[in-house]
Design a protein around this ligand. Structure first.
Ligand code: FA5
Length: 353
C-alpha cells in the first residue's frame, strides 16, 4: 500500500507541474484528496491490514496528504500572483501629464465665485485672529429667533419669511425651521466659549421670498462676532473697512446708516455703492445706487445673556454680511440668480483651479 501511495504522490507532482489555472488545480485536488479520490481509494484497503501494518502506513499516508495540500496551496498562490501581475500590466495608467492628455483638450473645473470670495474672507479674518465656525441648517425657533431677542409675538419675525417644518419639535419643545440667517451661530458660539473671543461663521440660509435680481430664496451669509471688554462701534467699523478694502483691492464707497435688528443696539446698515451701475441706478440696486450689504451693530445685552455672558462685564459687535451680494459687487454680476443657475457659461468665467 505504501508503494501505491508513493506512486500516486509522484504522479500528482507530475500532473500539477503542468497546470496553470486555478480551476484545474482545484480539480486535481479533488482527484487526489476528494472522498472518492485516488488517495482515499488506496486507503480503503487499510481495513484489511494488520495493526502493525496500519501503524506503519498511517504516518506515511498522513505525510503524503499534507504534502499534497501544501503543494496545492503553493500552486494556487503562485497562480493568483501571476494573474494580479498580468492585470496590473494590462491596466497600467499613465499618471503623468502626457501629450495625449493635452491633446484631448480636457477642461479643468473651477471654484464657484462664492467659494472664491468666502475663502478670501476666511483668510482675511483668520489673519485678524478670528475663528471660523459652522452651524446646522435645520435650526430651532430658539436659536433663530428667541435667543436673538425676537420672542414669538415680535413683529421682527416677519422680516424674514421662514420655512417651517411640520410637527417637528426639538428636545426643548421648540419648532424646527430652516435657518433664515447665520445669526443663529451667535448664541451657539457664545455658549461654547469664554470671552474674549472673535469668530466668523459663513453658511447657507433660507427664506421663503420672491426672487428678483438681488433676492434669492437660498443664499449665503457670513456672520461675524467679537466679544470682549470695551469693544466699540469704532472697532466694528475698522474690521468692516479692512475687509472690504482687502476684497475689492480699491476704495469703494460705503455708507453707514441706522438699522433696526432686535439683536443689536445700536444697529446699522452698511450699504455699498452699486458696482453694477456705479451708483447710477439699475435693477440690482432698485434704481437707488446703493446695495444693502452688511447689517451690523453692538450685541444686545439680552443676546449676551442668552449666550451665558454677563453684559455688565462684556460687550461686543456682530455683523451679517450678504455673501452673494458681495460676490455680485466684486464681479459686477447683474442678477443674483446666475449664482445658482449651474450655467457653465457663467461659472467658467471665474478662476480655474
Ligand atoms: C440679517 O439676516 C441679520 N441676521 C444680519 C445681522 C447680523 C444684523 C448681525 C446685525 C447683526 P438681513 O435680513 O438684512 O439681516 O440680511 C443680511 C444681508 O443678507 C443683507 O444685507 C443682504 O446682503 C443679504 N440678503 C438678505 N436677503 C437676501 C436675499 N433674499 N437674497 C440675497 N441676499 C440677501
Amino acid at each position: 500500500m505504501i508503494d501505491n501511495l508513493n506512486k500516486a504522490y509522484e504522479s500528482f507532482k507530475e500532473e500539477i507541474s503542468d497546470l496553470a489555472v486555478m480551476p484545474d488545480v482545484l480539480n486535481l485536488k479533488s482527484t487526489y484528496l476528494g472522498k472518492k479520490g485516488k488517495i482515499s481509494e488506496i486507503l480503503k484497503s487499510l481495513k484489511d491490514a494488520t495493526p502493525e501494518q496500519r501503524k506503519e502506513i498511517g504516518p506515511v499516508a498522513n505525510k503524503i496528504k499534507n504534502d499534497i495540500q501544501d503543494i496545492i496551496a503553493k500552486k494556487l498562490s503562485e497562480i493568483e500572483l501571476k494573474e494580479i501581475n498580468e492585470k496590473l500590466a494590462k491596466n497600467k495608467i499613465d499618471i503623468t501629464y502626457t501629450d495625449s492628455l493635452k491633446a484631448s483638450n480636457q477642461k479643468h473645473g473651477g471654484l464657484h465665485p462664492r467659494t472664491l470670495i468666502r475663502q478670501e474672507i476666511e483668510d482675511i479674518f483668520l489673519s485678524m485672529g478670528f475663528e471660523v465656525l459652522d452651524g446646522p441648517h435645520i435650526e430651532t425657533e430658539y436659536y433663530n429667533f428667541e435667543a436673538l431677542n425676537i420672542p414669538g409675538d415680535h413683529p421682527a419675525r416677519d422680516m424674514q419669511d421662514t420655512f417651517w417644518f411640520k410637527d417637528e419639535k426639538s428636545e426643548e419643545g421648540n419648532k424646527h425651521l430652516l435657518r433664515t440667517h447665520t445669526s443663529t451661530i451667535q448664541v451657539r458660539g457664545m455658549q461654547s466659549r469664554k470671552p474674549p473671543f472673535r469668530f466668523i461663521a459663513p453658511g447657507t440660509v433660507f427664506r421663503c421670498e420672491r426672487t428678483d435680481a438681488s433676492h434669492e430664496m437660498v443664499f449665503q451669509q457670513l456672520e461675524g462676532m467679537m466679544v470682549g471688554k470695551d469693544i466699540s462701534v469704532a472697532n466694528l467699523i475698522y474690521f468692516m473697512r479692512q475687509t472690504l478694502k482687502e476684497i475689492f483691492k480699491k476704495d469703494v464707497k460705503v455708507r453707514l446708516r441706522p438699522g433696526y435688528f432686535p439683536f443689536v443696539e445700536p444697529g446699522f446698515e452698511l450699504d455699498i455703492e452699486c458696482q453694477v451701475c456705479k451708483g447710477k441706478g439699475c435693477s440690482v440696486c432698485k434704481q437707488v445706487g446703493w446695495v444693502e450689504l452688511l447689517p451690523c451693530g453692538m450685541v444686545h445685552p439680552n443676546v449676551l445673556r442668552a449666550g451665558g455672558i454677563d453684559p455688565d462685564e462684556y460687550n461686543g459687535f456682530a455683523f451679517g454680511l450678504g455673501l452673494d451680494r458681495l460676490v455680485m459687487m466684486k464681479y459686477g454680476i447683474e442678477d443674483i440668480r446666475h449664482l445658482q443657475s449651474g450655467d457653465l457659461r457663467f461659472n467658467s468665467q471665474f478662476k480655474e483651479y
